[in-house]
Ligand binder design. Sequence first.
Ligand SMILES: C[S@@+](CC[C@H](N)C(=O)[O-])C[C@H]1O[C@@H](n2cnc3c(N)ncnc32)[C@H](O)[C@@H]1O
Length: 254
Amino acid sequence: MITSEDLPRRYTTADLGALTRDERSRFAPGGDADPRADITLAWELLYRLEPELYDRLVSAERLHPEVLGWLPRDTGRIVEVGAGAGRLTLELVGRAREVVAIEPARPLRQVLTRKLAAADHGNRARVIPGFFDGLPVASGCADLVVACSALTPAAGHGGEAGLAEMERVCRPGGCVAIIWPNHLGWLAAHGYEYVCFAGPMSAEFASHAEAVELARIFYPRAVEEVRRRGQRCVPYDVLGINPPRDLAFKQVPR
Ligand SMILES: C[S@@+](CC[C@H](N)C(=O)[O-])C[C@H]1O[C@@H](n2cnc3c(N)ncnc32)[C@H](O)[C@@H]1O
C-alpha cells in the first residue's frame, strides 16, 4: 500500500507481508517494527515492492570511474553480496571468469537476472539468494569478495558476522572490498584501509523531470533546489549525501 510520496512515509505496517520469514527475522525483529519509524526497513520494503523504482534511482547514482578502475581487471571468481539491481555486478562480469551475485530480495534478483541476460558477459554471473550472515558459498572460493552500499555494522545488514563471512569466503591473499562504505571507524577497527577518489560528482538522472520525481521520494529536502536548477544532473552536495567515490579494503592473510 503506497500512502505517501517520500520514502519515510511510503509504506506502513500493512506492507510487512512483503518480507519472508528469514527477512523478517533480520529486518523487522520483534513485534513493533514500523517502516515509518525505521528508514532501513522502508528501504527493504522498497526493494521488494517497487524494485523498478529503486533501479531508476541507482541507475542515476553511478560509481566513480576510479572506484571501478581500482578493482582487478582479470580475475577468477568474484563474490558480490547484496548485489541489488546490479549497479556493480554489471561492471564486474567483464573482469572475472565467474561472478556469484548474492541478493536476498527476490524482486531485485529478477531485475538483475533480466539485466544480465542483455549484458555483455552476463552469462558469467550466477544470481543466488543469501544473507551476509550465512553466505551460501564455500570458504576461500573467491579472489575478490565485494559489497557495494550494502554492509553495515547492524546485525540485520551484515554486522560482525557478515564481515567475518566475507573474509571466510575470500581465498588467502585475496581481497575483501566494501564499496561506498558508511561506517569507516568500524571497518578501520577490523583492519580495513580506506581509499577515496577526488573530483566533482553528480547524480545523473535520465531527465530533469525524473530528477524532480526521484528527489521528491528519496531527497525531499533537496527537491526545491533540484526543481530550480532545471537540470538532469544534480551534484551530490545538493542531494545531501556522500558521493559513491570511496571504498575500504583488506587483503586476507596468506
Ligand atoms: C542500497 S542496496 C545496494 C545494492 C547494490 N549493491 C548497489 O550498489 O546498487 C542494499 C542491498 O543490500 C541487500 N541486503 C540488505 N540486507 C542484506 C543482508 N542481510 N544480506 C545480504 N544482502 C542484504 C539489499 O537487499 C539490497 O540489495
